[in-house]
Design a protein around this ligand. Structure first.
Ligand SMILES: Nc1ncnc2c1ncn2[C@@H]1O[C@H](COP(=O)(O)OP(=O)(O)O)[C@@H](O)[C@H]1O
Ligand SMILES: [Mg+2]
Length: 387
């Protein structure tokens, strides 16, 4: 029983997964409706590290016994191009369908066809099931009739659905990463595909909270009022306290500080819990030990945080400067002065930082970095001027 009772670094399921019962129930319920022709598309939003991917993994587990519902999970983060998206999606759909239904005949037919030459395949498509012809054309990267591979890959799911009487729950995690890069035209065409499908429902998840909110609520968005929103907040304090309290014997002031430093983020709760347990075991966790554990956590996150910052710097150093400034200042006017820009130029930058979830607006003219641990790290990497 020396196993560390915390887990991080990948999505978690029970017994490491806590709270989120109502969100999970709601998503499950919405997914079940797809088989009755009531497909609802969902926007799942929440800051990074609040547990979206974990929630989705648990949803997929819960759908295991629904014979007709095939969940397909795609992580959109970092997908370089639309054609790669299409090809990956094609594979995911095929594999998910075969895994759910154990339709080995389908698997074998595809297996023998992909060995054939492209020219042979093209002449024989009329003999194939439509979905198999679909699949093969995605694999070959065939573009025809102005329909891109990525659009065809979504149609592929719809066609299997019709052919085999199954339904797909298409989960696109970190959707804003591709949507922001590929632009409005992509989102518009994506919406057009989704709109006429009856065998597929979509869950679009993203950490870029403002982007996601605008996707649902701004009038110019192709998804204006077309998505049901499920929002993941930070964990309630009492739940975090009891989760940690069951696993670590912390002194009262240490526990208060733990709650403070981790800010209700499940990721940091697990990370810091893990580090403390590994260093000190279950007993006697004082404030001093907690502070040391926290330092270790910051060290451990260093590379990730650097990457985050450099992503913004690559866009423009001004973003990096604003982020650095925000670790100390909340007021827009102070930030603008700090980075030497007119106050009127700041909103353009701030809007982007909010869109991607880096910054939150507290109230008019007052901002903060949304992640308290990142904030602390940024604070420490700066040279503090003498004065
Ligand atoms: N419901 C939960 N209960 C406990 N820990 C969680 C929960 N959800 C997430 N975590 C922790 O947070 C980490 C990050 O979660 P993840 O689902 O990847 O967040 P996101 O996808 O929102 O960035 C997980 O590796 C796990 O340690
Ligand atoms: Mg995630």
């Amino acid at each position: 029983m020396n196993e560390i009772p915390f887990k991080y670094g990948k999505p978690v399921t029970a017994p490491y997964f806590i709270d989120r019962e109502s969100e999970l129930e709601e998503l499950y319920h919405d997914c079940s409706k797809v088989t009755a022709g009531g497909e609802i598309n969902i926007a799942l939003l929440g800051l990074r590290r609040t547990g979206k991917t974990s929630l989705l993994r648990n949803l997929i587990d819960n759908l295991k016994d629904d014979k007709k519902i095939v969940p397909v999970f795609m992580d959109c983060y970092g997908i370089p191009s639309r054609s790669t998206f299409g090809k990956q999606m094609g594979e995911l759909i095929k594999d998910a369908y075969i895994e759910k239904t154990k339709d080995m005949g389908y698997k074998e037919r595809i297996k023998s066809l992909v060995k054939k030459k492209t020219s042979d395949l093209l002449s024989r498509t009329s003999e194939m099931e439509i979905s198999i012809a679909n699949y093969l054309s995605i694999r070959i990267g065939l573009q025809e009739g102005g329909i891109d591979v990525w659009e065809r890959s979504l149609e592929y799911a719809e066609n299997i659905g019709k052919e085999k009487d199954v339904y797909f729950v298409m989960i696109l995690d970190e959707f804003p990463d591709i949507a922001i890069r590929w632009g409005d035209d992509f989102v518009k065409r994506f919406r057009a595909v989704v709109q006429h499908q009856s065998r597929c429902m979509y869950i679009i998840a993203g950490s870029a909270v403002t982007y996601m909110t605008e996707l649902v609520h701004s009038e110019g968005s192709p998804f204006y009022r077309q998505l049901k929103t499920v929002k993941l907040e930070k964990l309630p304090e009492d739940i975090t306290r009891s989760f940690v309290g069951e696993r670590l014997d912390m002194e009262e002031d240490a526990m208060d500080r733990f709650i403070d430093l981790t800010g209700g983020f499940p990721d940091y709760t697990q990370r810091l819990g893990y580090i403390l347990f590994r260093r000190y075991g279950k007993e006697d966790l004082s404030l001093e030990r907690l502070e040391r554990g926290y330092e270790e956590m910051l060290d451990e996150l260093q590379i990730e945080f650097k990457e985050t910052l450099s992503r913004f710097n690559m866009k423009s150093g001004t973003y990096g400067d604003i982020i650095l400034s925000l670790a100390y200042h909340k007021r827009a006017s102070d930030v603008a002065r700090d980075v030497n820009m007119p106050l009127s130029a700041l909103p353009g930058y701030m809007d982007y930082l909010m869109r991607v979830g880096m910054v939150e607006k507290e109230k008019r003219g007052i901002y903060r970095l949304s992640d308290p641990v990142f904030n602390e790290w940024v604070k420490r990497m700066q040279v503090i001027p003498y004065d």
